[in-house]
Design a protein around this ligand. Structure first.
Ligand code: IFM
Length: 477
């Protein structure tokens, strides 16, 4: 946990040089439907797996749910006005599948679509480019009841839903992301069970990961025809994985976790194949009989952009027989076939999530994706930090968050200088919101939300980010 008395974790801001980003760099902020919308039972919306999960005792901190969240559903215009005041060039939001297609199949729900049509129209009227994510974890409950992502048919349902959204918004939305962080959906949702739907089976997690990617590929193919002018992509949460020493055992631990965290998705999507070593590591868990002929060709359908969410680094060590790994990621995550790998904390500053602050890791991640996988334009589709915020005299001076953004923007700039075609950056998050199993206890926003009164207070980081956008870069002072 961070100590509020700790000085900014990443250095002294006023000793840093000014930096300018390339013209047209897309400055944005991101949110997700279940984390901000609320209105869980309005306008024809039905339950998602997150409604069921958060209403199940013991699943979220203090039983928090997304029923009301930031009430964005009713405050859309005010929230877009705040985005305009920040000078955002783009806003990345997700669509609640059960709001627009209740139950996850059949006809569209006009009232649900209307909400997103109004949102997109208001963004465009304010000169803000809408960036739409189709799936940010809120699977319609009926589809979970039919087997969820471990069931192959869910992929086909997802492509149908993508087409329904293309019909509604293809004329106005240029940037389409299929999935947000499929690793979380698969390995936290079906592996460790700390995310919805809360299932705990390593083989199901692997199957879910495959069907998520199959759904992504089918959706890309459908959207390519329906919205030929669209820029299509996927967003992966990637981590550099570093061995604690150069011993062969630690190096092998890093290879294994890199396989499950990163290459499980990067290789099928950008190379059309699962890595051999990953398949071998998973041999005790699954024989991959869920992978059908032709799947990998669908999964690797050509994209226009790749989105990367970056928060931290994993540092790992070889298993020690009989020793219980203790670090955060080991407890929360699920590493099928590699459960005994130890996650090591280095004692460097952490955010309120306990995640180590490691801006150089962003440079490494961006360079790796570009140098090893693709020449496509890259976007940081999420980056940010939770810290404990205090309202003092109606203001929130979030110096730690501001310093985190500063360091990671400098890292983004360094990656660009090294040749990475990074075209934009989205701060996570526009506003405080429902942080999944942590409920409302973790604040990631640039805008403070008082959940009782539903008021918003732009924090220091928001004012600073507005200035970054205005200058297209970072000031010296
Ligand atoms: O809040 C989440 C978001 O939904 C997905 N990426 C990570 C964020 C912080 O945990």
């Amino acid at each position: 946990m961070s100590n509020p008395a700790t000085p900014p974790a990443v250095g002294v801001l006023d000793e840093r040089p000014p930096l300018t980003f390339p013209p047209g760099f897309l400055w944005g902020a991101a949110t997700a439907a279940y984390q901000i919308e609320g209105a869980a039972n309005e306008g024809g919306r039905t339950a998602s797996i997150w409604d069921t999960f958060s209403h199940t005792e013991g699943r979220t901190v203090a039983g928090h749910t997304g029923d009301v969240a930031c009430d964005h559903y009713h405050r859309l215009s005010d929230d877009v006005r705040l985005m305009a005041e920040l000078g955002l060039k783009s806003y990345r939001f997700s669509v609640s599948w059960p709001r627009v297609q209740p139950g996850g199949s059949g006809p569209a729900n006009a009232e649900g679509l209307d909400f997103y049509q109004r949102l997109v129209d208001e963004l465009l009227a304010n000169g803000i480019e809408p960036w739409l994510t189709l799936y940010h974890w809120d699977l319609p409950q009926e589809l979970e009841d039919a087997g969820g992502w471990p069931a192959r048919d869910t992929a086909a349902r997802f492509a149908d839903y993508a087409l329904l959204m293309a019909d509604a918004l293809g004329d106005r939305v240029k940037y389409w992301t299929t999935l947000n962080e499929p690793w979380c959906s698969a390995f936290l949702g079906y592996g460790s069970g700390v995310h919805a739907p809360g299932r705990t089976d390593g083989a199901d997690a692997v199957r879910a990961g495959h069907h998520l990617m199959l759904g992504h590929g089918l959706a890309v193919q459908a959207l390519r025809t329906a919205v030929p002018q669209a820029q299509l992509g996927v967003t992966l949460n990637l981590y550099p994985v570093t061995p604690i020493s150069d011993s062969p055992g630690d190096a092998d631990a890093a290879r294994r976790i890199d396989g499950l965290a990163n290459r499980f998705f990067l290789d099928p999507i950008l190379r059309g194949a699962y890595p051999d070593d990953l398949v071998a590591d998973l041999a005790k868990v699954t024989d991959f009989d869920h992978v059908h002929e032709g799947d990998l060709a669908v999964i690797s359908s050509p994209l226009d952009v790749v989105g990367i969410n970056y928060y931290s680094r994993h540092v790992v060590a070889a298993p020690v027989p009989g020793e219980q790994p203790e670090a955060y990621w080991r407890d929360q995550a699920c590493w099928p076939g590699s459960e005994d790998v130890r996650f090591v904390t280095r004692g460097v500053p952490v955010t309120d999530m306990g995640w180590e602050i490691d801006a150089p890791g962003l440079v490494e991640t961006l360079r790796r994706v570009h140098e090893e996988y693709t020449d496509l334009p890259l976007y940081v589709t999420e980056n940010g930090s939770a810290f404990v915020d205090e309202v003092v005299d109606g203001a929130v001076d979030d110096v730690d968050r501001l310093a985190y953004f500063d360091a990671h923007l400098r890292a983004s700039h360094e990656a660009i200088s090294a040749g990475v075609p990074l075209r934009g950056y989205f701060a996570w998050s526009l506003m405080d919101n429902f942080e999944w199993a942590w409920g409302y206890t973790k604040r990631f926003g640039m805008i403070y939300v008082d959940y009782d009164k539903q008021t918003r207070i732009p924090k220091s980081s928001a004012r600073w980010y507005a200035e970054v956008i205005r200058r297209n870069g970072l000031a010296a002072e």
